[in-house]
Design a protein around this ligand. Sequence first.
Ligand code: PLP
Length: 566
Amino acid sequence: MKSFEPEQFRRLFPLIVSNGASNLSVDKAPSLVYFDNAATTQKPACVIDCYRHYYQNFNANVHRASHNLSAKATTAFEQAREQVKHFINARSIKEIIWSKGTTESINLIASSLGQRVLSSGDELIITVSEHHANIVPWQLIAAKTGAVIKVLTLDKNGRVDLSDFDALLSHRTKIVCCAHLSNVIAKINPIDVLIAKAKAVGAITVIDGAQAVAHFPVDVQKLNCDFYLFSAHKMYGPTGVGVLYGKQLLLESMPPYQAGGEMIEKVSFNEATTFNALPFKFEAGTPNIAGVLAFSEALTFLSQYSTAQMRDYELQLTHYCYQALANISSVQFIVEQVADIPVISFTIKGHHNHDIATSLNSYGIAIRSGHHCAMPLMEYLQISGCLRVSMAAYNTIAEVDYFIRCLIKILEPESTDSDQISVKTNSAEKRHSNSEASTEIIAKLSQVKGWDARHREIMLLGKQLPRLDKTKRNDHTLISGCESLAWLMASKNSQGVYHFHADSDAKVIRGLLVIVLAALNDKTAVQIQSFDIDAYFSRLGLLQHLSPSRGNGVLAIVEKIKEITE
Ligand code: PLP
């Protein structure tokens, strides 16, 4: 086993090497600091190379053919299963089912186990800090079966509250679902106690290990859980591969989830179709062979290093970053005390999460803002969202220092910039013609080089947008994006000219709204419909910064304006 040397480890990740800098400076061109590892980690070269190697040397379907190539692929594929069995200390390879990821693993259990064990009035206990992936599949099966979901709350440190668990647990409890660690709070839940208590009333335990397996060893036999689920991509492996560990007896008792090739024993129109043995009963269709082999490569890669040393290093990063953030007076941690894995969630008083995340992005720092697929937790904590820094073993103290320097710079009171672009988009008394306003914006913004500086200009532009009266920021005018709120009001005069008022809770969105309204305000329906907004954003160099899938508010507003004027 190699001793874990952070710098050497880091050099094995091509994306980090080619985009990160060893000499980070606030005043230099931004280079990548990747702090979104709880969403997905970067991949080492050996995992990336594995794809080419597989497709070039032994691409064939598994389990189905008698030729050598298929035998070779099948052997490697099944060896990977054996490796996962050892990785989590399962009893048998029959207990290791491949899936697309944690989400699919939970959907499989909820659907298959749920239809077998749940009936009307039965109860499921789910913690309030679960990822949506460990909530919504259960809500669907509860609606189908009439089962009732009981929500387990947290103690003051953010871990599941065992006294609340005692109060919820009863002979009606059939299933208990809990994350080993929440992807926001990142404290190890007392799942050993939870599992033992659940067992005592005969309940089945489902543990979401998505955030655990990358950071410390997991022994499913020791835990004695019934199910344990995780994704390869959060532990240096590929996307599209996950694991469902389940106790053999339970898996055998469950009906198939999806049907098709591989999961059958015999198919007939004249007698009942019968199903394959475990684990194949739950693996319908051609699996993600290349992904499974790349995951095996990731496990081999990780097994070279001392887990204890890696964990020590990650905790060092966590404590360092936590302390540095704690020194900034406006930082408010989601829960007190440092996390158990390198994930730190916080908000900043007086600042919208989205503004901080986009400002950090302009320095090359990738962190996450929003609800982190844990809306019930946000509701419980009475916040709309938070910021999350999540690190991995290839991150460095220098990166934390750079992140903190940039954050402090962002939080410095803004200077009043006399050269600021001035656009009167919404002022009723002095409206520019919109072609004039949009041309002016294009001319001014194109003089500003680099996303960093352009981002600052956009934030300044946001100041020019008149606030929509509080009473008008309501459910009727709301257009919600994922990470921010935006409101829109429209009026039309007798000449068919539309006038829009828009607002947002995020400064950056307010700036972008100025840009949008400069192009679309005070125009007729025909003019609005024919305006090429994508070309406009593209000329402004904004297109790549507006993510349609995240619906960051601006695009939703553009859509709404087009819809109103259709
Ligand atoms: N559970 C937790 C705790 C997670 O953090 C995530 C992903 O962030 C998931 C489940 C879903 O994982 P995947 O998207 O890989 O299916």
